[in-house]
Structures are given as structure tokens and as C-alpha cells.
Design a protein around this ligand. Structure first.
Ligand code: ATP
Length: 368
């Protein structure tokens, strides 16, 4: 059982002038045997540092790292039974594909040559690069190089795959193809995997679960749908989803939430979740706003279309409550691409109560 446990993992870098940078702050997460966990967050949030600590490429300042129940903080990278795949591929340019893939086995195992050759051939076939074994990296496309890097990780038969933005150098089409391939491969091999990306779409589509980091701190760990439907805080709500969730500052007055532009009545159930808070942030996803032609209920608001942004199968509509403002504040609603909508057109936005999210304005914690 290759369960990987990060227990209070912290990394503090000390700069030359003594300044301390807390890159990873007390991170607790357990990656189950065979699970695909995606570590996601904006640039500089500590994803790579976390992965490098698991790989043994960076020391751990405090906390315990366990593989299959055993502490491995002090174990050398080569003895951790992990295989890392880098964004840059990190292939040896002077070696052929075959040599790149067999090198690690020759150096760190006593596997006989014929078995190494067989293992490499099998992994190359699995990655669809069986006919490229005698080429050098410079003679391969980016996608082929990435397959070699993955093949090299597979031949080591590791207990854990560690992947640091492995697809980000590929063009959009190839990236989405490789996403599916990687998932299938991980599923077939059943190897515990930690996959780092800053791309929320990659996280949502690939992870069994995702762990969202911001500023070194873990914000939420959950399935993609849990993080989408029940974000733990405003940061997660904003980070997951494209286009992002709309946010409005609101004040609680009686049974209504008052924003600059509208008053939103809420049920007693919502009020009891709000408790005695007075300042909140109301969030609504663009895809949860229903567009209507007539306002008939308390959750229907008259707006005007400011900008229409077609994305193909959908339109992103930038709506405003105040079209006469010099620079109107807008929020986004998505609608089917077949609907004809024009800038300047009046539009009623229905914001259903069961779709709104509420966050404590001060802490950002989800209230509802
Ligand atoms: P990116 O997506 O841009 O690669 P990341 O989420 O992987 O970012 P890290 O590379 O882990 O982020 O960096 C986390 C923080 O630690 C950043 O503030 C970074 O500047 C800092 N950091 C990383 N390595 C070092 C180092 N060797 N010395 C000092 N600070 C470092």
C-alpha cells in the first residue's frame, strides 16, 4: 500500500539577509494508495516546493512525510521509490530515447540488461514511442519528448509518480489529448500520483481529488465537484470555475442582503446560516444565473448587456445594473451560443437562492 501522508509539512527558506520565506505552511494531506491528487494554485503558492519535498529534492523544515506508514523525511531521493516528471522533461540530449529510459535502471538497480531492454520496450510501446527508441531528444517534438519523460518514470516502477506541470509546454490540443492519456495510464498502472498544475481546468478534469494551495496554505482538499459546488472559502470559489464566480459585497438588513445595486431577499434557512454576521460577500456562478425577458419575482433583476463575448458553444454576457455609468461595473452570465444577444439589450437576470454562495466578508470562510 503506497499511501503518502503529508503531516504538518512546512518549508521555510532563509535568504542571505536572514529574511524568512514560509513557502509551505503546515500542509496536511493524505494521498490514498492509487489515488490521483492534483495540487493546484496560483504561481508562487508553494506547489513545486511541496512536490520537491516529497521527492527529496528539498529538505523539510518541519512536519512528517510518510510513505506506506514509514517516515521518509531523511531518505535520499533515490531511495524513496518515487519518480518525478518535470515540465522541462529533463532528458539527456546526447542520449537516445532508449538510453534516456534505461539509464536510471542501469544506475540504481541490479536488473540484468535483457530485462532492462524488455522493460524499456514495453514502456515505450505503452507510451506510443516504440519506433523512436534510437532517436535523440533534439529529433523529437515536444509531445514525443514528454512521452519519453513519462516512459522513463514508468520503467522505474515507482510507488509514487510526482508530476510538476508536465503538460504545460504542449499546445492546447495536444495538452488535452495527453491529459486523457495520462489519466488512463495512471488508472491502468494504479500508481499513487501527485500532479502539480496552476491550471484549474487541468485540476478539475484530471484529479480524483484536488488540493488547493494559496500562499503556502492548504485551502481545501476534495473531489473536483465538492470544490466547485461547496468551496470552503472565497479564494477557492474564485479559483475554481471559468469564467470565475461573480462576487458582490452585501450587508444583512432584516431578511434582505443589500448590495449597492440590489436588494436580495433570503429565506429563514439562509438567515440561520448567516447567524449574527452583518457583512457578507454574495457569490453566484455565471452558469447559475438564468436569463429572462421579464422580471416576475424578488430574485429577478433588471440589467443591460454591456459586452457579449462569444466562446463558441456559449456566450459570456457582461451585464450591468447601471448602463449610464462612465465605466459600468459588470458581472458575467453565460448563455447558450445560439441565443442572439446584443450589447445595449435589456436583460433580466434571475439569481436563484439555492445557487448563491455566501462568504464571511472579513475571513472569506464559506457561510452557505
Ligand atoms: P509556480 O507555479 O510559479 O512554479 P509554485 O506554486 O510552484 O509556483 P514555489 O516554486 O513552490 O511555488 O514557490 C513558493 C514560494 O517559495 C515562492 O514565494 C518562491 O519565491 C519561494 N521560493 C521557492 N524556492 C525558493 C528558494 N530556493 N529560496 C527562497 N525562496 C524560494
Amino acid at each position: 500500500m503506497a499511501e503518502l501522508e503529508l503531516d504538518g509539512i512546512t518549508k521555510v527558506f532563509v535568504e542571505d539577509d536572514g529574511n524568512e520565506i514560509v513557502a509551505v505552511d503546515d500542509v496536511d494531506v493524505t494521498v490514498a494508495d492509487g489515488e490521483f491528487l492534483v495540487l493546484v494554485g496560483p504561481s508562487g503558492c508553494g506547489k513545486s516546493t511541496t512536490l520537491r519535498m516529497v521527492a527529496g529534492l528539498e529538505s523539510i523544515t518541519s512536519g512528517e512525510l510518510r510513505l506506506a506508514g514509514e517516515r521518509i523525511n531523511e531518505r535520499k531521493p533515490a531511495d524513496r521509490n518515487t519518480a518525478m516528471v518535470f515540465q522541462s522533461y529533463a532528458l539527456y540530449p546526447h542520449m537516445t530515447v532508449k538510453q534516456n529510459m534505461s539509464f536510471g535502471l542501469e544506475e540504481s538497480t541490479d536488473m540484468p540488461d535483457d530485462e532492462i531492454a524488455k522493460t524499456v520496450t514495453e514502456a515505450a510501446e505503452m507510451m506510443g514511442i516504440g519506433d523512436l527508441l534510437d532517436r535523440k531528444p533534439g529529433e523529437l517534438s515536444g509531445g514525443q519528448q514528454q512521452r519519453v519523460a513519462l516512459g522513463r518514470a514508468i520503467v522505474r516502477d515507482p510507488e509514487v509518480f510526482l508530476m510538476d506541470e508536465p503538460l504545460s509546454n504542449l499546445d492546447a490540443k495536444l495538452r488535452s489529448k495527453m491529459r486523457t492519456e495520462l489519466q488512463r495510464l495512471q488508472d491502468d498502472l494504479g500508481v499513487t500520483t501527485v500532479y502539480v498544475t496552476h491550471d484549474q481546468t487541468e485540476a478539475m478534469t484530471m484529479g480524483d481529488r484536488i488540493a488547493i494551495l494559496d500562499d503556502g496554505e492548504l485551502q481545501q482538499v476534495g473531489t473536483p465537484l465538492e470544490c466547485y459546488h461547496r468551496p470552503a472559502n472565497r479564494f477557492v470559489a474564485d479559483f475554481i470555475g471559468d469564467p470565475s464566480m461573480n462576487f458582490f459585497d452585501v450587508e444583512v438588513q432584516g431578511d434582505r442582503l443589500l448590495a449597492d445595486e440590489f436588494a436580495y431577499p433570503v429565506s429563514s434557512e439562509t438567515l440561520s446560516a448567516v447567524d449574527d454576521r452583518t457583512e457578507l460577500t454574495l457569490g453566484i456562478r455565471p452558469e447559475d444565473i438564468e436569463l429572462r425577458t421579464e422580471a416576475t419575482g424578488a430574485h429577478d433583476f433588471e440589467t443591460v448587456v454591456d459586452v457579449v463575448e462569444p466562446t463558441g458553444d456559449e456566450n459570456n454576457l457582461y451585464l450591468t445594473f447601471d448602463p449610464d455609468a462612465a465605466e459600468p461595473e459588470t458581472f458575467i452570465a453565460t448563455t447558450g451560443g445560439m441565443n442572439r444577444v446584443e450589447a445595449g439589450q435589456p436583460m433580466v437576470a434571475h439569481i436563484p437562492e439555492d445557487a448563491i454562495h455566501l462568504f464571511d466578508a472579513a475571513t472569506g470562510e464559506a457561510v452557505k
